[in-house]
Design a protein around this ligand. Structure first.
Ligand SMILES: *[C@@H]1O[C@H](CO)[C@@H](O)[C@H](O)[C@H]1NC(C)=O
Ligand SMILES: *[C@@H]1O[C@H](CO)[C@@H](O)[C@H](O)[C@H]1NC(C)=O
Ligand SMILES: *[C@@H]1O[C@H](CO)[C@@H](O)[C@H](O)[C@H]1NC(C)=O
Ligand SMILES: *[C@@H]1O[C@H](CO)[C@@H](O)[C@H](O)[C@H]1NC(C)=O
Ligand SMILES: *[C@@H]1O[C@H](CO)[C@@H](O)[C@H](O)[C@H]1NC(C)=O
Ligand SMILES: *[C@@H]1O[C@H](CO)[C@@H](O)[C@H](O)[C@H]1NC(C)=O
Ligand SMILES: *[C@@H]1O[C@H](CO)[C@@H](O)[C@H](O)[C@H]1NC(C)=O
Length: 310
């Protein structure tokens, strides 16, 4: 209920801004240049919202990246990142890039603001040893920020690590040191062109690697897949499983899912299948239900509201 009220009040403000400047890009730019309190104090957005293991696919397509996802209790967001002329831009393809939509403006700064508000420094918090996360109802829940590098990963990684510095300095990043993981408010996980060797070389590490769910056993990759490298592992649902969700699932299809999930879990890694069917709705829901029943940890969603109410 509170969620609906908050969303309603959000959309009213957005409509006012949108009337003067159509288009989501200008809309976001207008929100930013107006110094809107919505972008300054998003923690209110998460009050009473129960976090869920949902991954917001192409999160930056939403009216307001990151915050829309948080409003549904979504615990994982994905940002497509392009390194161009030394700046990290956000967008699905080059035509969607604008100077205002950067990794910093759409993700790092809003996260810092949300987390600063969740972590007041005062006499009540002096003894607190680890920071609160973004979710009021579950302060120990870490938000997954998946960074899908679209340009050369080796070149982009140092820029991303630098962009993360404000979150790092504040102690907000999950870190692994010598194989042992210390969770914090935000867990950053590289995907897309993120360079495996570059991520493996990080010590301590606060940029993790989205592991290959379908080949964690593959020794030719010379990699020991565990949670200190890969908190999650993912694979293309269609290629790995292929069940449409319409007829009954076969035993062999189900056994593919459970084998992959169990392999991941035996390594302390969470399993995610991406590109699950989106339509028809009953087929989408059948696939989601099957995956959860078989132990998969994350629902990959384009429709966050549907996944949150699932
Ligand atoms: C933006 O708003 C915040 C909180 O309302 C305020 O502290 C800050 O000074 C403002 N920044 C600018 C540039 O106006
Ligand atoms: C990148 O830099 C080049 C050379 O200075 C310039 O022509 C180009 O417009 C820049 N591109 C972007 C996206 O800023
Ligand atoms: C913090 O720890 C000190 C020392 O143990 C104690 O005196 C104080 O009451 C604690 N503060 C809170 C808010 O728990
Ligand atoms: C990425 O950049 C590195 C360093 O500049 C270069 O060695 C490598 O060949 C590039 N990779 C690709 C796929 O272009
Ligand atoms: C790292 O972990 C290994 C094995 O767990 C241990 O032998 C080694 O002493 C640790 N190194 C440091 C610097 O803590
Ligand atoms: C991975 O190895 C385990 C243990 O040997 C085995 O049970 C499992 O079936 C293998 N998984 C795949 C996908 O080959
Ligand atoms: C794994 O190591 C072997 C032997 O050092 C090497 O030939 C091979 O290229 C490596 N594979 C990968 C994917 O790095």
């Amino acid at each position: 209920m509170l969620t609906q009220i908050l969303l309603l009040s959000l959309s009213v403000s957005y409509i006012q801004l949108a009337m003067s400047s159509p288009g989501v890009d200008q809309w976001i730019a207008a929100l930013e240049s107006s110094n809107s309190s919505l972008l300054h104090y998003p923690t209110q957005l998460t009050q009473n919202i129960v976090p869920k293991q949902i991954h917001s696919h192409n999160d930056y397509w939403r009216d307001v990246p990151l915050l829309s996802a948080l409003s549904f209790g979504v615990q994982s967001v994905e940002a497509d990142v392009w390194l161009i002329n030394g700046t990290l831009f956000i967008g699905h393809e080059e035509a969607a890039l604008t100077p205002q939509r950067t990794f910093s403006s759409l993700y790092i700064q809003p996260l810092l603001q949300a987390l600063a508000a969740q972590n007041p420094k005062n006499e009540f918090t002096v003894n607190q040893t680890s920071p609160n996360g973004v979710f009021d109802t579950s302060s120990g829940t870490s938000l997954h920020l998946l960074v899908d590098i679209k340009t050369n990963g080796t070149e982009a990684l140092p820029f991303i690590l630098k962009a993360l510095q404000p979150l790092r300095s504040a102690g907000y990043l999950t870190t692994s040191t010598n194989g042992s993981v210390t969770p914090s408010a935000v867990t950053v996980i590289g995907t897309g062109n993120s360079p495996l060797d570059g991520v493996k070389a990080l010590e301590p590490r606060d940029y993790f690697f989205d592991g290959p769910l379908d080949s964690l056993n593959d020794t030719s990759m010379n990699t020991t897949w565990d949670a200190s490298l890969s908190p999650i592992a993912s694979t293309d649902y269609g290629a790995a499983v292929g069940w449409s969700g319409i007829s009954a699932i076969s035993d062999s299809q189900r056994s593919i899912i459970t084998t992959l999930v169990n392999d991941a879990h035996s390594r302390g890694i969470q399993a995610r299948f991406w590109d699950t069917p989106g339509w028809p709705i009953h087929a989408r829901n059948n696939v989601w239900r099957e995956l959860l029943d078989d132990g998969a940890d994350w629902l990959n969603a384009d429709d966050l509201e549907a996944a949150a109410n699932f």
